[in-house]
Ligand binder design. Structure first.
Ligand SMILES: CC(C)(COP(=O)(O)OP(=O)(O)OC[C@H]1O[C@@H](n2cnc3c(N)ncnc32)[C@H](O)[C@@H]1OP(=O)(O)O)[C@@H](O)C(=O)NCCC(=O)NCCS
Length: 169
């Protein structure tokens, strides 16, 4: 399979925060943002693999900033690394200042998707070629994150997580 770039899977979803999507102090519910990120990430994974994709894991979410009612929220997703059948999708979340239109980073998240056939069995995906310094940084760290996710899920013996162990030795 021919390699693709992270840019080829770029997916951007922009939407408002409505009253039904907020908590009692008027900020966006975390679950609402998780759902928007899941949608954006699944489209990015589909664009990379051109297959049916399923969420295998939510590896990391940082809710760094509150997102007030009425905000314009943009979720930008890219496949940061492809393995055999799984893909790491990295997301940046931006909010837009109403008056200046300037965007500031509110959150980021990393999800793992797996490409599957009609029976739900994993199928291979194209490799990825990281190009920019940020893409290369995210690509390089992705194997460590995959190993951590598998260890936490009880699917990998910590002794086998060579990349992860290298962080501590
Ligand atoms: C995700 C799923 C397809 C994996 O199936 P599986 O039988 O565990 O298949 P495998 O063990 O061969 O794993 C397939 C790939 O997923 C990766 N994977 C599985 N669990 C993972 C996890 N928790 N974190 C990161 N990667 C994971 C494996 O490392 C493997 O990657 P690779 O092929 O790139 O090396 C299966 O667990 C599934 O269908 N889960 C439900 C998905 C779903 O419904 N999501 C929506 C939730 S509502």
């Amino acid at each position: 399979m021919e390699a693709k770039t992270p840019a080829a899977s770029r997916t951007v979803i922009t939407d408002l925060v409505l009253p039904s999507e907020t908590n009692p102090i008027g900020n966006m519910f975390g679950g609402e943002l998780l759902a928007r990120m899941d949608r954006a990430a699944s489209i990015a994974a589909r664009r990379h693999s051109r297959r049916i994709v399923v969420t295998a894991s939510v590896n990391h979410v940082a809710f760094n900033k509150m997102i007030p009612l009425g905000s314009v929220v943009t979720v930008e997703a890219h496949v940061s690394r492809a393995f055999k059948s799984s893909m790491e999708v990295y997301m940046d979340v931006w909010i837009e200042d109403r008056e200046s239109g300037l965007k500031s980073k509110a959150n980021e998240a990393i999800y793992t998707f797996v490409a599957v056939d009609e029976m739900g069995s994993p199928v291979p995906v194209p490799p990825i070629t990281a190009e920019t310094p940020l893409e290369i940084e995210r690509y390089d760290a992705a194997l460590r994150r995959k190993q951590l996710s598998l260890v936490l899920a009880g699917k990998l013996d910590p002794q086998q997580a060579s990349e992860l162990k290298a962080l501590f030795t």
